[in-house]
Design a protein around this ligand. Sequence first.
Ligand SMILES: CC(C)(COP(=O)(O)OP(=O)(O)OC[C@H]1O[C@@H](n2cnc3c(N)ncnc32)[C@H](O)[C@@H]1OP(=O)(O)O)[C@@H](O)C(=O)NCCC(=O)NCCS
Length: 186
Amino acid sequence: MQITCLKENHIKEIILLSDKIFGLNFLTTKCLYQYINSHVHFGFVCTIDKNIIGYILADNINYNLLKSSFLKDNEWFETALIGLNNICLIKQIAVAEESRKQGVANLLIQKIGGLAETHCCLAWKRGQSTPLKNVLLRNNFKFQKTIQEYWKNDSQMRKYNCSTCGKPPCLCRAEVYFKKKASTIS
Ligand SMILES: CC(C)(COP(=O)(O)OP(=O)(O)OC[C@H]1O[C@@H](n2cnc3c(N)ncnc32)[C@H](O)[C@@H]1OP(=O)(O)O)[C@@H](O)C(=O)NCCC(=O)NCCS
């Protein structure tokens, strides 16, 4: 098992994985290109024998970018993250079904651990379960709140399917988690 930076030749495979796990067209090729050789967008893939079994996408954002970084409740995020200028937002993390429960997500989260002082993740809640929850808690993320229908407008606007809801609108909830360095906790 190997974790490396996301490269152009990974894009096709990542899109296939995302279409299957999250829903058709949720992740686009255009979006993924932003993660290649960037100082702001970070992408890592986990491979076995050159096959991608998982990936993580994360953005480094500063306080001024908060307004445009979330799909809902922007004012709440601005208040909750006030004074913090070095924030890593986990945009997506996924592991192929047949490779789960082997610690891959844990490794991917640890890979981005040093990117910023504060980490934020909107974890997808499918029905009553939040698949990423325990991995986040184990990595010292703290639950903040649940946002109802977080992707509703975005799924209608960008016309992507959700693997739980089907055609738009996606009505899934998101759980917000933060990990703040001790010196930044207010
Ligand atoms: C959520 C997700 C990324 C987790 O990936 P994963 O690689 O299975 O995660 P990990 O292996 O690190 O941890 C998952 C579980 O396996 C367990 N595990 C890890 N290594 C293990 C091993 N060697 N043997 C047995 N169990 C193990 C962990 O303890 C953890 O258990 P818990 O959740 O009951 O506490 C994956 O399920 C997924 O892609 N889900 C769909 C997409 C999704 O929800 N993504 C998050 C969107 S924000």
